[in-house]
Design a protein around this ligand. Sequence first.
Ligand SMILES: *[C@@H]1O[C@H](CO)[C@@H](O)[C@H](O)[C@H]1NC(C)=O
Length: 313
Amino acid sequence: MADPPRRTVSELIRHLRGLGLLAPWLAWLLAADILLSLMLPLKFLKPDLAYNLSSRIAYSVWRWIQYTFEKQNGAVITSSGDKLPTGESAIVVSNHVSWSDFYMIQALAIRAGMLGRCRWFAKVQLRMVPFLGWGLWVMGMPLVSRNWLKDKAELDRVFNGITKRRWPTWLISFSEATRFTQKKYLESTEWCSANNKPQPRHLLYPRVKGFVSTVQHLRKSPHVKAVYDLTIAYQRGKQWHVGPSMWETLSCPRLSEPLSLGGKGYKFHVHTRRFELGDLPEDDEGLAKWLEQRWVEKGEWLEEKRKEWAASR
Ligand SMILES: *[C@@H]1O[C@H](CO)[C@@H](O)[C@H](O)[C@H]1NC(C)=O
């Protein structure tokens, strides 16, 4: 153990290091958002071109931050499950544990050649943020309020780009709508027992409306072939289901080295399952049940992973 003053110095160095890594990326993010905002007229005149250009700009921003996480900060992301085909459009659903979930999904998107084509469900309030929010809008991010009636026009706009214009897309949502915490887990358990639903382990019961609406719209589109069901798991040292904070992912070197060697001791894993869209149930109720079943299975998978990691120490 370092004595307190030395620890303070090393903490200071870490923060400075984080700022050094982050500042040039933030400058590029701002430039990218200004470029994207300037493309707003193009979006109406040449929507396909605007989509392609904005995908390239987004790619550069996301690839850079992924490089910082994996290469500069030493995060080792492991994966298992179905291999995802290259260049395939899909509906992507995932559990949500930590800020760093974004990196897990991006790592898969890079391997599948779809990083620039990722579109995330984001909060509608972001549209008010100058440049950043406008950039998201130009890119065709679905900006939603989680009130599905209010969001209908927005979703139609996003779905139209995909179904009518055949834009290649990974449409990604965290189906639990919020990050996993113990408090939320208890709330979810109470809700499930009151509503006679199964409570999945290590997860929150998923919100089904957005998923059902997405599948019902996009299944009409021949190039969207699959649903990817992702399960994200973390461990920090001996602590299960703990991911790093945003600032840690940016500032800490050696994220995946064991604690005993002076690293941060994080394990990052993502498990993939691929389902043909054509094999999903036709009706809304069946789709809701289908998603519920995925979540129950994810919970079982997570419990197996927890045991495996606990045994491997
Ligand atoms: C957009 O990119 C796709 C390939 O991903 C290409 O087929 C299409 O022609 C491009 N459209 C425009 C207008 O650049």
